[in-house]
Design a protein around this ligand. Structure first.
Ligand code: NAD
Ligand code: ZN
Length: 367
């Protein structure tokens, strides 16, 4: 399956299928301005897939070099950005060198940002190897790093020239990471595709179990949705903010847990989406049944829909503070993604503070 991302002269294709890692060279070759590629990956993905990608590049007449970074969110920082740029320059990167990001969202975001500033911008290709990266972070051109002031606060819009989502690479992904990525798949159903949500209710178990047909379908529908929203609003002046469904709440949970393994991004987004639907229903916008339906589905998949009760006290005032610190705040007001039901999300800056605090208090109390 090929999903086009329509962005004028920055347009590109997303290829979705099994075995694409071995076809990377053939698919990248027509985009090459020179004959060299720099493959950037992490130390968990490298032993699994680096050799296959490099072999296919060589077979297509491309000379690859590679840099392997430590796996994990901590790699998305200034010191690793500097080390990466240094390694790229040491490898004699030129304007025509193709940069290849092979890995999850961490490698994609860091590598894309490095590509955007190396020699004032070189081409790059995304080869996402996590479900989250295949359905979300590899598409749309947002790149960047974290700073001590927060996540993704320094970065650039830099679109890839090509995205290769090889669903067979997900076979080695730990189940917890698979489920975290699945939360972003569910997100597209809630945003504006109720039939897709219903499809997931039937086929979600096959998706997270790694069934090739179900996975390919879920990734394709997700990428089409993301491509459509990004094409309508590349730099997030409007509708692109719908992709933040569940994220303002989720971000607060992640901040509260220190962006640690205690709660993965997708796990926070799952609970955040429940919060969005719950608040929407409590202020009379959406039927309560739609929130219950989302909770049932998340629970059935093995993704928690409630705040973990043990080991942590969730403080409403702190959660609210984190939301106000989000970079989507404008004039001190938070833009919320609310919904009239599953598949009917919309943006609003008018959410009653008392209803918001009450909903958070209930969730914090495990109700
Ligand atoms: P990640 O890149 O840290 O990958 C998760 C873990 O899985 C890592 O340990 C990695 O080494 C391992 N891994 C990757 N592929 C594997 C495979 N095929 N088999 C086995 N292990 C594998 O995390 P992620 O969830 O992919 O991405 C999270 C990042 O994405 C965050 O930094 C987030 O800010 C960013 N993000 C960016 C956007 C965007 O639009 N740019 C959107 C959403 C998220
Ligand atoms: Zn997300």
């Amino acid at each position: 399956t090929v999903v086009p991302v329509d962005l004028g002269e920055r347009s590109y294709d997303i290829h979705i299928g099994s075995g694409l890692l071995d076809r990377a060279g053939e698919l990248i070759q027509p985009l090459m301005r020179g004959n060299r590629a720099l493959v950037i990956t992490d130390d968990q993905v490298a032993p699994l897939y680096l050799e296959r990608v490099e072999k296919s590049l060589v077979a297509a007449g491309i000379m690859p070099m590679h840099t392997v970074l430590p796996a994990g969110e901590k790699t998305k920082d200034f010191p690793h950005l500097e080390a990466l740029l240094d390694a790229m320059l040491a490898a004699r990167a030129e304007r025509g060198t193709m940069v290849v990001a092979l890995g999850g969202g961490v490698i994609g975001d860091l590598t894309g940002f490095a590509a955007s500033i190396l020699l004032r911008g070189v081409d790059f290709v995304q080869i996402p190897t996590t479900l989250l990266a295949q359905v979300d972070s590899s598409v749309g051109g947002k790149t960047g790093i974290n700073t001590r002031h927060g996540k993704n606060l320094v970065g650039a819009f830099h679109q890839p020239r090509l995205v290769l989502a090889d669903i067979s690479a997900l076979q080695t992904l730990p189940r917890r990471q698979m489920l975290a990525g699945y939360a972003e798949v569910v997100k597209y159903g809630i945003i504006d595709d109720a039939p897709f949500f219903a499809w997931l209710e039937t086929n979600g178990a096959a998706v997270v179990a790694g069934d090739p047909d179900a996975l390919a379908q879920a990734v394709a529908v997700s990428c089409r949705a993301k491509a459509r929203i990004v094409a309508a609003d590349e730099r997030e002046g409007g509708v692109r903010a719908l992709l933040n469904l569940g994220h303002t709440f989720g971000h607060a949970l992640e901040a509260e847990t220190g962006f640690s393994d205690e709660m993965l991004h997708g796990e926070a987004v799952a609970i955040g989406m429940v919060m969005a639907l719950r608040l929407s229903s409590q202020i009379g916008l959406a039927p309560a049944e739609d929130c219950e339906r989302l909770k049932r589905h998340l629970d059935a998949m093995g993704l928690s829909s409630a705040l973990p009760a043990s080991g942590r006290l969730w403080e409403v005032s702190r959660l609210l503070d984190h939301m106000r610190g989000d970079k989507k705040v404008k004039d001190g007001k938070v833009t919320f993604v609310m919904a009239r039901g599953i598949g009917q999300s919309f943006l609003t800056r008018d959410v009653p503070e008392d209803a918001l605090a009450a909903m958070l208090a209930e969730m914090a109390a495990g109700r």
